[in-house]
Design a protein around this ligand. Structure first.
Ligand SMILES: [Fe+2]
Ligand SMILES: [Fe+2]
Length: 506
């Protein structure tokens, strides 16, 4: 090597060192997305300036935000339009560190808007197992269909340390976090390190409570209100009183503003028979307040299984149906989901009497669909199969929910005849004919126009694949004559629902 070559070599090393000054070590990841704002977070391995540009297409920037120099950069963009996709780019002021079509966030749909949306929820995630990696891959492939994720505590094992986040959280969820906002809640493993200091360092949540705490919060998405509670740190004394006061006010406020669906998450399930039994604290402290306010759905982790309750009130089943819960808007009723298998996945420890669905070793996550007056939950395992489904409607409306996945359509065709139906002319009854692509539990019932069930035709028993016929003789549950006029039936096979009108003639 001559002198000239050596000089070039030194110059190249210096250049490399200079570029190497601004390497991203964590992120960027999106947090605290709302209707008009979002926070983008990234870490660099040495002190640099931090600049976030944002706009409606990569390269066509509407503005930029400069954060103070350091290694941790969190830039909050505010004043945005609701329900809009914004792209972002991060730099150290000179060198671009992250940019492209995959770096974006979508602001939330404004409160009160009746548009369909869905989100995913899972707890007990970061154990570094194959199951965690496979569930994460499924979340990432499903991600374009959904708006955000709820992480239900026990985010990283075993102690919620910084180094556990660096190994078992950021590398595994990287492709999810750069454009998908995760709303977390605290789990018992998260608080093992300095009262959850790493959790509070990495997560940015809404702080809409008087003490501006990140332990508990709430936000709206369309016509749903979603609340996160802390069952780990603020569980006694004044701290608990403040949390409960806030909860009652927050629920009352959401209802006063007309938020239709009330959904609550916290870590420890009040009802479970998995790797834990019923949590007495959440059952006696949270549940009575939530049920009194008419909360529809509670999502928990902690128990490393998948469970989903019947419609419950005060620890009692108030609707025995395995999967369909029409609420008239007055009668109470809450469904409790345990989705503590985002990575950890263990065995049930028995059959909880309040659970309509339960499964051991069910690595996966819950998907919640909200469509106007209908809420539907599905449990998806890591291979993409759906193993549970339930539907709630409010105000007695049996709203048809579009099925998002054509592969999950077991009903090949549905016919009904004769319609109009004259019971005296067809004493054999009206026929509802359909074909099942695979064996499925089938539910079917006839309703009057107010949504009152007048006759149950099928109660969830499995029917074999092929052509099937259900009959209705035009009479009510006790064999009584029904008034002539319009009725409708609802047929559910697996995840698919079919409804149609029937005209009963004298
Ligand atoms: Fe836990
Ligand atoms: Fe756990």
């Amino acid at each position: 090597m001559n002198i000239r070559q050596r000089q070039l070599g030194v110059a190249a090393v210096l250049l490399w060192v200079q570029v190497g000054l601004s390497q991203i070590s964590i992120g960027p990841y999106v947090q605290r997305v709302g209707t008009d704002r979002a926070t983008v977070v990234w870490y660099t391995d040495s002190t640099t300036a931090g600049v976030l540009k944002y706009g409606t297409a990569p390269g066509s920037w509407l503005g930029s935000i400069k954060v103070s120099a350091g290694t941790v950069h969190a830039a909050e963009v505010a004043g945005l339009q609701p329900n809009k996709k914004y792209f972002y780019e991060v730099s150290d002021g000179k060198t671009t560190l992250a940019t492209g079509a995959d770096f974006y966030f979508k602001t939330h749909v404004a409160a009160g808007t009746r548009v369909p949306f869905s989100f995913i929820a899972a707890g007990d995630l970061g154990d570094g197992s194959t199951a965690q990696i496979e569930v994460a891959a499924r979340m990432i492939s499903e991600r374009p269909k959904h708006e955000f994720a709820l992480f239900l505590g026990d985010i990283v094992y075993s102690s919620g340390t910084r180094s556990e986040y660096l190994k078992k959280y950021f590398p595994i969820y990287k492709d999810l976090l750069r454009n998908f906002s995760v709303f977390p809640c605290l789990g018992n493993h998260d608080i093992k390190t300095s009262k959850a200091a790493p959790y509070f360092e990495f997560f940015y949540t809404p702080t809409n409570n008087p003490d501006s705490l990140e332990n508990y919060y709430s936000f709206d998405y369309a016509n749903a209100h979603i609340i996160c509670l802390d069952d780990e740190l603020l569980v006694s004394g004044t701290a608990l009183t403040k949390q409960m006061d806030w909860l009652q006010k927050d629920l009352a406020d959401a209802k006063a503003r007309g938020q239709f669906w009330l959904i609550v998450m916290f870590h420890r399930p009040p009802y479970t028979m998995g790797t834990h039994t019923d949590d007495e604290f959440t059952k006696t402290t949270f549940v009575p307040v939530l049920e009194k306010a008419g909360v529809d759905l509670v999502l928990c982790g902690h128990s490393h299984v998948a469970e989903r309750s019947f419609l419950l009130n005060d620890s009692k089943i108030i609707n025995q149906d395995l999967s369909y819960y029409p609420k008239d808007g007055v009668t109470p009723g809450t469904v409790y989901v345990v989705a503590g298998s985002g990575g950890k996945n263990d065995n049930l420890d028995g059959q909880h009497p309040l659970m309509a669905f339960k499964q051991s070793r069910a690595a996966g996550f819950e998907i919640v669909y909200v469509n106007k007056d209908t809420l539907r939950g599905k449990y998806m395992k890591r291979d993409g199969t759906i193993v549970d489904i339930f539907t709630m409607t409010k105000k007695g409306k049996a709203t048809h929910v579009e099925i998002d996945d054509p592969a999950q359509r077991p009903l090949q065709y549905v016919l009904n005849y004769p319609n109009p139906f004259h019971p005296r002319q067809t004493p054999d009854g009206l026929s509802i004919v359909f074909e099942l692509s695979q064996p499925q539990p089938v539910y079917a019932a006839v309703y009057d126009l107010t949504g009152r069930e007048v006759m149950r035709l099928r109660n969830g028993e499995v029917m074999r694949a092929g052509r099937q016929v259900l009959k209705w003789n035009g009479k009510g549950k006790n064999g009584e004559e029904l008034a002539s006029g319009a009725y409708f039936y609802r047929l559910q096979a697996g995840v698919q629902v079919h409804t149609a009108k029937l005209l009963l003639m004298p």
